[in-house]
Design a protein around this ligand. Structure first.
Ligand code: ADP
Ligand code: MG
Length: 754
């Protein structure tokens, strides 16, 4: 029985441990599961609410004025607040549940304690039972030894055993109940533990999160503190700077103030004096209009008086100027008359390559070192001397020909005489005087005479780089006209003509082959004119060049050999200067005839025939007619044979009267040309040798209108009536009277005065 009881006890223990290990749902567990599910649902709900809330906040951040969703938004907000309330409630419930869990945990702990007590009780019971069992066994053993007694005892034990069995059953049932209780409580405990673990885990997570947030917060706080500190520093720095600046400014202001104070102190006396001055000025200003009026009245009177004086002086000056102008003109005229209206110059060209080499190209012309009017020609071993008005050696340049003129003022007897005098003993200073007299209304003729190749064209036209008289004369006219532009209006026109075989042709016209006629003006003035002769108005050197080019072009296109042709025709450039004095209305017309004559060589004598002979005859005729005319003019003959040639007829009005003529005799110095040179020089001397007789000169002098002019003349001739000039060359002065010697003296004076 004991063995069976032991086995049963063991079974009971095993059952208890099995029950202990076995898991099973209890009410508390179910309740906990429900709570957990509820908790989970609420969490999800809260999460959804938070999401909605975030969405709403995002929408709210976007600018949405007058939005139709505003109401919706308000509703949603309300919902959110409700949900938040709900969440709050749920949280409160959660807290309650947590409390409940806590209570349950406490109860569990109690149950566990109770379980421990019951287990201890049971162990005690077991101990008691096993002790009783041991006692029983000992009793049994003793009883066995005492059979009678034992039988009784067995009987008692058997009776007692039934009682023990009943007690054991009771104990077993109680034990089972207790074991059940223990299992249940263990299960609850286990769940509670699990719940606790989860809560702890969540708590740890939350703690970690909180720590993270705290760290973040701390970092942000630190950053904020740093920024605040930096800003504080900056602020302090700025304040310090501003303060120091303000201090400096303040100092400067103080200094200024001090300066201003001292200034003010010094200014005060100045202010006092200024005030004083101001007051006195005020008084003066008050009196000023009266004073001004008075001063103005007197100034006006003075000014009008001065103006009147200036006016009268001006009138007087103008009167004097006009008188002087007329006087100058007359004196100039007289001077030219005294020097001779017809001047003859000689120009010797240099030996050129064209002259060849050897004895033929030897130089046959020499000059007098003391007298620039004389030259010597070595002809057939004999030296022949010639005296002209002036002789230019080969080295005389074109520039010298166009040298500037100087205005000299010769005073005497209270009257003034303005003369154009040469500053250098050069040929063309004379030419300049002639050219400018054209502006005063005189007619001028300049001829280039000589055999072909003697330099006529070179002297008249020159080269492009070194222009001759033609261009220089026009340039001079332009500059003179410009100088007088304040008082005078001038127009300068140019015509170019050619006389070939006694036929006059227009070099600037459209029909150069057309022969032009020279006619008397129908107005009865006795003036000649050439109908159809082209006139170009020129205003600049460019215009002149164009005209010259045009004329040359005509000659070139018309002739096959220009050189040959030009040497057998007379080329004329006729420059007309028309002037109007704006103040007096006086009109003047002067003509400048620049003539490049045909070659003077005696072709006819060398047995030329046909057209060549006819040309030569025409040339000889016209040149000798020119010589005759000049001779007649210079010897003041009653009849001047102008009509003997086209040339003299055309130039009639420019050769007669007050006109001035210059004959430039060109000669070649080459040995081979000596016979032609001799002829040219003889022609020159013949033309020049005619001196004005004393009677005609007297008559001329008698024609002077006033004593004033005689005074001027006296000044020109020298103050003592007995003074005489050195005698002229014998053969050059055939009738030396007192006046003619004076004229020679004047001429010399003029020639050497430069
Ligand atoms: P013309 O017209 O009398 O026939 P040119 O004027 O044609 O003679 O002159 C003949 C040559 O002599 C030309 O080559 C010219 O350049 C030259 N000549 C003339 N005179 C001079 C001078 N004074 N200086 C330099 N060369 C001159
Ligand atoms: Mg020529």
């Amino acid at each position: 029985q004991v063995e069976t009881l032991k086995a049963k006890l063991l079974e009971q223990a095993q059952e208890i441990s099995r029950l202990r290990s076995e898991l099973g749902g209890t009410d508390a567990e179910k309740h906990r599961d429900l709570l957990a599910a509820e908790n989970e649902r609420l969490r999800q709900e809260m999460k959804a609410c938070e999401g909605e809330l975030r969405e709403l906040q995002r929408q709210q951040q976007a600018p949405c004025r007058d939005c139709p969703h505003l109401q919706e938004n308000a509703g949603l907000r309300e919902q959110v607040s409700q949900l938040q309330q709900e969440a709050e409630e749920t949280r409160a419930k959660l807290v309650e549940l947590d409390l409940e869990v806590q209570q349950k945990t406490n109860r569990l702990a109690e149950v566990e304690l109770r379980l421990k007590d019951s287990l201890a009780e049971r162990a005690e019971e077991e101990e008691r039972l096993s002790r009783r069992l041991r006692d029983s066994q000992e009793t049994i053993a003793s009883l066995k030894s005492q059979p009678q007694q034992i039988k009784y005892i067995i009987k008692t034990v058997e009776v007692e055993s039934a009682k023990a069995k009943q007690a054991l059953c009771e104990t077993q049932s109680r034990n089972q109940y207790l074991q059940e209780q223990v299992g249940m409580q263990k299960q609850v405990l286990k769940e509670m533990e699990q719940q606790l673990q989860r809560s702890q885990k969540t708590e740890a997570q939350l703690r970690a999160q909180i720590m993270m947030y705290e760290a973040e917060l701390e970092r942000a706080h630190g950053q904020m503190l740093e920024e605040m500190q930096a800003m504080e520093e900056e602020k302090n720095h700025a304040i310090e700077e501003a303060f120091s600046r303000a201090q400096v400014e303040m100092k400067a202001v103080h200094e200024n103030l001090a300066g201003v104070r001292t200034n003010l102190l010094t200014l005060q006396p100045a202010l006092r004096t200024l005030t004083h001055d101001y007051n006195s000025l005020k008084r003066q200003v008050r009196d000023f209009p009266l004073l001004l009026q008075e001063t103005l009245r007197s100034a006006r009177a003075e000014i009008s008086q001065a103006i009147e004086e200036v006016h009268s002086t001006n009138r007087e000056l103008l009167r004097k100027y006009r008188r002087e102008l007329q006087l100058r003109k007359k004196c100039h005229n007289e001077l030219v008359r005294l020097k001779g209206n017809i001047r003859v110059f000689g120009r010797v060209r240099p030996i050129t390559k064209e002259d060849g080499e050897g004895p033929e190209a030897a130089n046959a012309v020499t000059f007098d070192a003391d007298d620039d009017a004389v030259l010597y020609l070595l002809h057939k071993g004999k030296q022949v001397s010639f005296e002209l008005d002036k002789v230019f050696p080969p080295q005389a340049s074109q520039e010298e020909v166009g040298a500037t003129i100087q205005t000299a003022c010769v005073s005497g007897g209270g009257s003034h005489l303005l003369l154009t005098l040469p500053c250098l003993p050069q040929v063309f200073q004379e030419v300049q005087a002639l050219v400018t007299s054209c502006i005063d209304g005189y007619n001028v003729c300049i001829f280039a005479y000589g055999q072909t190749g003697a330099g006529k064209t070179y002297t008249m036209e020159g080269t492009a780089a070194n222009p001759g008289i033609n261009q220089r004369a026009l340039q001079l006219l332009f500059s003179e006209v410009r100088g007088k532009a304040a008082d005078w209006d001038y127009t300068i026109t140019v015509s170019a003509a050619e006389i070939y075989n006694e036929a006059l042709r227009d070099l600037l016209g459209k029909e150069p082959q057309e022969k032009l006629e020279i006619k008397l003006c129908p107005d009865g003035s006795g003036q000649l004119y050439v109908p159809g002769l082209t006139e170009f108005r020129v205003q600049s050197v460019e215009d002149i060049n164009k005209v010259f080019e045009f004329g040359h072009l005509k000659r070139v296109t018309e002739c096959t050999n220009l050189n040959e042709h030009s040497s057998r025709s007379h080329a004329l450039l006729i420059v007309t200067v028309r002037g109007l004095d704006r103040s007096t209305g006086l009109r003047t017309t002067g003509k400048l005839n620049l003539v490049d004559l045909a070659g003077s060589e005696r072709v006819g004598r060398s047995g030329a025939e046909g057209s060549r002979l006819r040309e030569a005859q025409h040339i000889n005729k016209s040149l000798s007619a020119l010589g005759d005319v000049i001779y007649a003019l210079r010897s003041r003959q009653g009849h001047v044979p102008f009509r003997n040639s086209k040339l003299t007829y055309l130039l009639q009005d420019s050769l007669s009267g007050d006109s001035k003529t210059l004959m430039m005799v060109q000669v070649s110095p080459a040995e081979k040309n000596t016979s032609e040179t001799l002829c040219s020089l003889k022609f020159a001397e013949r033309v020049r040798s005619v001196e004005l007789g004393p009677v005609s000169r007297k008559a001329e002098l008698g024609s002077w209108p006033s004593q004033e002019h005689l005074e001027v003349l006296k000044t020109l001739l020298g103050d003592s009536p007995g003074s005489t000039a050195p005698p002229g060359r014998g053969h050059a002065s055939p009738s030396p009277g007192q006046l003619s010697s004076r004229s020679a003296s004047i001429r010399r004076k003029l020639q050497t005065s430069g």
